[in-house]
Design a protein around this ligand. Structure first.
Ligand SMILES: *[C@@H]1O[C@H](CO)[C@@H](O)[C@H](O)[C@H]1NC(C)=O
Ligand SMILES: *[C@@H]1O[C@H](CO)[C@@H](O)[C@H](O)[C@H]1NC(C)=O
Ligand SMILES: *[C@@H]1O[C@H](CO)[C@@H](O)[C@H](O)[C@H]1NC(C)=O
Ligand SMILES: *[C@@H]1O[C@H](CO)[C@@H](O)[C@H](O)[C@H]1NC(C)=O
Length: 356
């Protein structure tokens, strides 16, 4: 890597000043010492990085309680919390219970109207719904099908919208509710980050699994009543190994659920990667032929400030520690005196059935 000094004059005059007063031996000891210290630091950071996924990450302190309140009290977020009821279910697995899943539970998960974890083993702390499958990627479609069935059986009437997220997805619940507010949950629609189907079989595309997707009550009803019991030739059973998000998109299209446009203007609100990958385009150094992400995205890509709506809803691949950091940035950190031009009124509701 090339390092450029902004002010060469000051750098060179500084170093000659330095060498005139310090003996060679001192410099030798200093250099060796710094190298040793640096190596130890690197090794510490690396071993930490290598292991921390296995360690429980739990922050205990009083102040955190404020950060995990479901709403901010008396404000627009309260109205949204009451009027746009969202059940969140989070796909996880036993290895992630005490790390990724726990960080969801301690941060954005608290702001859902109902939070469920879907796993394959019980856990006294996390208390996930235990689905009767073995663990592994090839079971994701099985797990997704049963998760929606469970949610349908127990919660269909109690909530309006049903969000699926991964245990490394961060969700800004207030912005999700704001986006959903104009829509009727009795319309067959779902939202997320929209991909094209590689084989063009799903004409309306499908929503990325990692960025999370949200189904209206009617979409959930159609999925479980019409697609899940194998009444549709375009929706496969859990016995077949399928990419969960692609297959869900196929099933939803088959039962007449519309793929919604979740953007705000031209800016995306659901994001399949970490923010930096959207700001800076992670494929910018790759040949065009390898840019599968651009190839598969339904809408044109924007980068830089345009990448992400000011009312973004999700980001993906968020490590457990970063989840707490996001939460801090969103709900705690406030630059003094900045006027946020916060939204204070809700949009007009769309008449139901406008989709058809
Ligand atoms: C399944 O998909 C094909 C191709 O899109 C379509 O022609 C067919 O009508 C679909 N079948 C059902 C039952 O929806
Ligand atoms: C899904 O679960 C069923 C029932 O346990 C099992 O028979 C099937 O093999 C699973 N699907 C895959 C792709 O492993
Ligand atoms: C882009 O998508 C088309 C099919 O839609 C495929 O043939 C092509 O290989 C894809 N390119 C990349 C880089 O994924
Ligand atoms: C996003 O917020 C920034 C800072 O308030 C503002 O300058 C910008 O215009 C906003 N973008 C949109 C599309 O509203």
């Amino acid at each position: 890597m090339k390092i450029r000094f902004v002010d060469n004059h000051r750098v060179s005059s500084g170093s000659s000043y330095f060498s005139a007063f310090v003996s060679r031996q001192t410099i030798f000891i200093l250099v060796c010492g710094s190298l040793l210290g640096f190596s130890i630091a690197i090794m510490t950071v690396m071993s930490f990085g290598a292991n921390y996924e296995d360690r429980p990450i739990i922050i205990y302190n009083a102040r955190q309680q404020e950060g995990i309140a479901p709403t901010d009290g008396g404000s627009l977020s309260d109205t949204l919390y009451r009027e746009v009821k969202v059940l969140c279910w989070v796909m996880t697995n036993p290895a992630n219970h005490k790390t990724k899943a726990w960080s969801v539970r301690q941060t954005w998960g608290q702001r859902c109207n109902k939070l469920l974890f879907m796993s394959t083993e019980s856990d006294g702390d996390l208390q996930p719904v235990v689905l009767p499958f073995s663990e592994g990627r090839e079971q994701l479609w099985n797990k997704t099908r049963e998760a929606f069935k469970h949610v349908y059986d127990h919660y269909l009437e109690e909530f309006d919208w049903f969000l699926k997220a991964d245990d490394d997805t961060y969700v800004v619940m207030e912005n999700l509710r704001y986006m959903l507010y104009p829509y009727s949950s009795e319309d067959p629609i779902y939202f997320g980050y929209r991909f094209k189907d590689y084989y063009n079989e799903i004409e309306q595309g499908y929503m990325s699994g990692g960025a999370g997707y949200v189904l209206s009550r009617d979409a959930l009803r159609r999925f479980v009543e019409e697609a899940y019991p194998m009444r549709n030739e375009n929706c496969s059973s859990g016995d077949v190994y399928k990419a969960e998000d692609n297959e869900l998109g196929r099933c939803l299209q088959a039962v007449g659920v519309k793929a919604g446009d979740s953007r705000e203007g031209y800016q995306e609100r659901f994001h399949p990667f970490v923010p930096a990958h959207h700001f800076f385009d992670q494929f910018r150094f790759a040949p065009e032929s390898e840019n599968w992400f651009k190839n598969m995205s339904w809408y044109p890509h924007l980068h830089g400030w345009g990448c992400c709506s000011n009312r973004s809803i999700t980001f993906h691949y968020i490590e457990p520690e970063m989840m707490y950091v996001y939460h801090y940035f969103l709900y705690f950190l406030r630059p003094v005196g900045v006027n946020y031009n916060a939204i204070t009124v809700l949009p007009q509701k769309l008449p139901s059935q406008t989709l058809k």
